[in-house]
Design a protein around this ligand. Sequence first.
Ligand SMILES: Cc1cc2nc3c(=O)[nH]c(=O)nc-3n(C[C@H](O)[C@H](O)[C@H](O)COP(=O)(O)OP(=O)(O)OC[C@H]3O[C@@H](n4cnc5c(N)ncnc54)[C@H](O)[C@@H]3O)c2cc1C
Length: 404
Amino acid sequence: MLVTSLPLPTTFTLSSLQTCKKTKTTPVHCSSPPPPQSPMDPQSKRVAVCGGGVIGVCTAYFLAKKGASVTLIEKSSVACAASGKSGGFLALDCFNLHRSLAEELNGAESYGYRPLPTLSLTVSESEKQSPPSRDKNLPCWIDGPARGLRAIGSTETTAQVHPQMFTKALLSKAVEKYGVEVVIGKVDSVGVEGGRVESVVLEGGRVIESDSVVLALGPWSGKFEMLSSLFRVYGLRVHSIVLEPKEPDAITPHALFLSYYPEQGGKPMESEVFPRPTGEVYLCGVSSEVELPEDPEQIAGDPESLEVLKRVASTVSSHLGEGEARLKAEQACFLPCTDDSVPVIGEIPGVKGCYVATGHNCWGILNGPATGAAMAELIVDGQATVVDLARFSPARFVGRRRKG
Ligand SMILES: Cc1cc2nc3c(=O)[nH]c(=O)nc-3n(C[C@H](O)[C@H](O)[C@H](O)COP(=O)(O)OP(=O)(O)OC[C@H]3O[C@@H](n4cnc5c(N)ncnc54)[C@H](O)[C@@H]3O)c2cc1C
């Protein structure tokens, strides 16, 4: 089998999510350390991290590990949005940080961390009746009309986690070992006095006094005027299904990136298929620009888009067709996107002590640990060394005209 390396993350041409291709999300590259500036006593730092997705949880974990006193505030439940419903695919950069976390937290057992090879394929519904000659390198369970097989990642360069289990496992560790406090409540506003942050105010009036505040609210970050007046963060809905095949052992651990041609013609659709160590198979694809609901629990998928994903599953493999696999979940969630497709990570200009970490688009699970580690350094030490945050700074928007 021809093994090429993943065209990730420098070009971002791989990701299945149409939106990712379209927006060319920028990954968070690890860098060599510049010297830290103005270190602070971490014990005296009270930090409120707003948002219990992967970005908020990773930030809370690394902050608390550095000795800060951290309160994580989540409106609904931890990893209830994209961070619980994503593919959990990991590639190249900063994958090392995931590797060391997996060792620390026994990730293989606790959240399905697994290196796995990655293939790209073209699948055409119209070839279902007379499939192309079978490539002998295709895993047996891919018995549908597949062609153009390419190996685009190996166990050295690609891996996976169960994103919800990962986020929850990291938070459990942060709570048990490093004393993070979790508050379920909706952040209403950030209290600022004399240009410096001093608290977070929850719906209902509870005030959490803080020396620093991190806004890691995914696509909901745009609901905060403090951020929306500076730049646009918006959500793009993407669908996914989770199947439980009757014969899970028949499915080998191969991540698939598909170019899928529907029967009726038109442009190919991008879809991803990730078998998980739990025996489940996760599929995602089909995006649409719709309004972001206020409540993450109210996010619903479009029935037609979910049907398309079920058709993709049964076309790729008879093991994933109706009668052969139970439909465990059909769902949708929102990618957090920015206009320049670059995540926004850093201190908000003009509000000392108030930070933002969002806009990770289709790579938040991959880049969560690097983002969290960098935020922790920035807040506690005054400078990030693990990642050069310069190009992610929200200051880049000052003086720019906001789109939309
Ligand atoms: C279908 C799909 C597949 C994906 N696949 C991959 C993949 O394979 N690999 C990868 O690396 N990434 C993937 N991603 C991207 C990844 O899931 C996201 O980038 C990441 O989850 C974003 O995390 P977040 O913490 O920024 O946002 P979210 O997960 O959206 O979390 C934000 C949290 O903030 C909370 N919140 C909102 N408002 C408030 C408030 N006022 N007060 C308190 N809390 C609030 C919400 O309830 C939510 O829990 C995928 C995404 C999708 C949609």
